[in-house]
Design a protein around this ligand. Structure first.
Ligand SMILES: Cc1cc2nc3c(=O)[nH]c(=O)nc-3n(C[C@H](O)[C@H](O)[C@H](O)COP(=O)(O)OP(=O)(O)OC[C@H]3O[C@@H](n4cnc5c(N)ncnc54)[C@H](O)[C@@H]3O)c2cc1C
Length: 333
């Protein structure tokens, strides 16, 4: 996929202080991200069934930061790409498309990359695919899929202005559970709030035919949020993401590695993807550093990367798949 940054993606963007937030600190980008104006999400509001009064709790996995955040991908990705561009030794190529994998026997030894109609052969000691769920590298090397969970849900979302939190101000995400459905409110940068709904496949078949009407109808069924949604002002069009199977791929082999959604992806209803993406990139960078600096051999370094990924992400992957089949079975519902 040819890409210039920043891009607009069909993704919501809630993340935790102990997850992607800790990676922003490590990259020295937290202040720049906070300057975009996202409120610090120090609380969480959970609505159950028809009760319009939420249970108020602390943030999920706040880490040392002490809060969660929600920042639209366009400004966030812009900061990340600029940070990469200014890093010594990094060349950023935009509008480039990884086309095919170069091999030296069994070993992956580079990529063919197309840019501006010109094909470039780039040789490398290691090729890393951070190119999302439909990863060209994963397809090019036929990376084994170790686990697949059949899709059970879809998500629609839109932005609103003028959102007021349950206590009159925005200091936490809101989760409203109603049968096999969740509605989310993520107060974000630029005074926008992202409102999302995760529905099962039965509802999805009707939803996709009339998304605008169905979105309003679904939010109206959540008494904790309905009135505040009506009082807010929608901005921009509604976005959605249809059902996709969740995949866990073998994350590394001779001369190659996959990271983030390319290596492990899941339904977004638990909002774990950005935390996984950031932390797994750190795990992989540390493994590659150990190998290339001679502290470890390639096999051990990648085995360590794999075990860190699995230990960190598999409990959430399994929980996301199992509970996601029917959210009405969630404890406390
Ligand atoms: C509807 C929805 C809502 C979500 N909500 C949340 C949420 O609230 N919180 C959360 O944590 N996660 C959420 N997620 C998940 C999260 O967005 C992903 O887990 C995360 O973006 C994964 O990052 P990534 O870098 O692996 O992939 P991506 O963000 O998909 O980035 C991959 C990049 O690779 C590029 N690329 C692809 N192929 C090529 C190629 N051949 N050559 C060059 N470049 C290529 C793409 O253009 C893209 O820029 C959501 C996902 C969806 C679908």
């Amino acid at each position: 996929m040819q890409q210039r940054f920043p891009v607009t993606r069909s993704q919501t963007h809630f993340f935790r202080g102990g997850g992607f937030g800790s990676v922003l600190v490590r990259l020295g980008l937290l202040d720049a991200v906070l300057a975009l104006g996202p409120p610090r999400l120090t609380h969480q509001y959970d609505f159950r069934r028809n009760d319009p009064t939420p249970a108020v709790g602390g943030p999920q996995d706040p880490g040392e930061l002490g809060y969660c955040l929600s920042v639209r991908r366009r400004p966030l990705d812009h900061l990340l790409v600029e940070r990469a561009r200014e890093t010594p030794g990094v060349d950023v190529w935009e509008g480039a498309n990884a086309r095919s994998v170069l091999r030296d026997g069994e070993r992956v030894s580079g990529l063919t990359v197309e840019r501006g109609g010109v094909s470039h052969e780039i040789r490398a000691q290691v090729v890393i695919g951070a190119d999302g769920r439909a990863s060209a590298l994963a397809r090019g090397i036929n990376a084994p899929v170790e686990r697949r969970e059949t899709a059970a849900r879809a998500m629609y979302y839109r932005y609103v202005r003028g959102w007021r939190g349950p206590e009159g101000f925005c200091n936490g995400p809101e989760f409203s559970f109603q049968g096999d459905e969740i509605v989310y409110a993520f107060p974000s940068d630029d005074d926008l709030t992202c409102i999302a709904v995760s529905v099962n496949l039965d509802v999805f078949t009707t939803f996709r035919r009339a998304p605008e009407a169905m979105f309003a109808e679904r939010i109206a069924a959540h008494p904790g949020l309905a009135r505040r949604y009506q009082a807010s002002r929608p901005e921009g069009r509604m976005l959605g993401s249809g059902p996709k199977d969740a995949l866990v791929r073998t994350p590394a082999g001779l001369g190659w590695a996959l990271v983030e959604d390319a290596s492990l992806n899941q339904d977004p209803w638990t909002g774990l993807g950005m935390d996984n993406a950031g932390l797994h990139a750190v795990f992989l960078a540390e493994a590659v550093d150990a190998w290339l600096s001679g502290r470890s051999d390639e096999d051990d370094a990648f085995a360590h990367y794999r075990s860190r990924r699995d230990e960190h992400a598999m409990p959430g992957f399994i929980m996301t798949a199992e509970l996601g089949r029917d959210l009405s079975a969630l404890p406390g519902d």
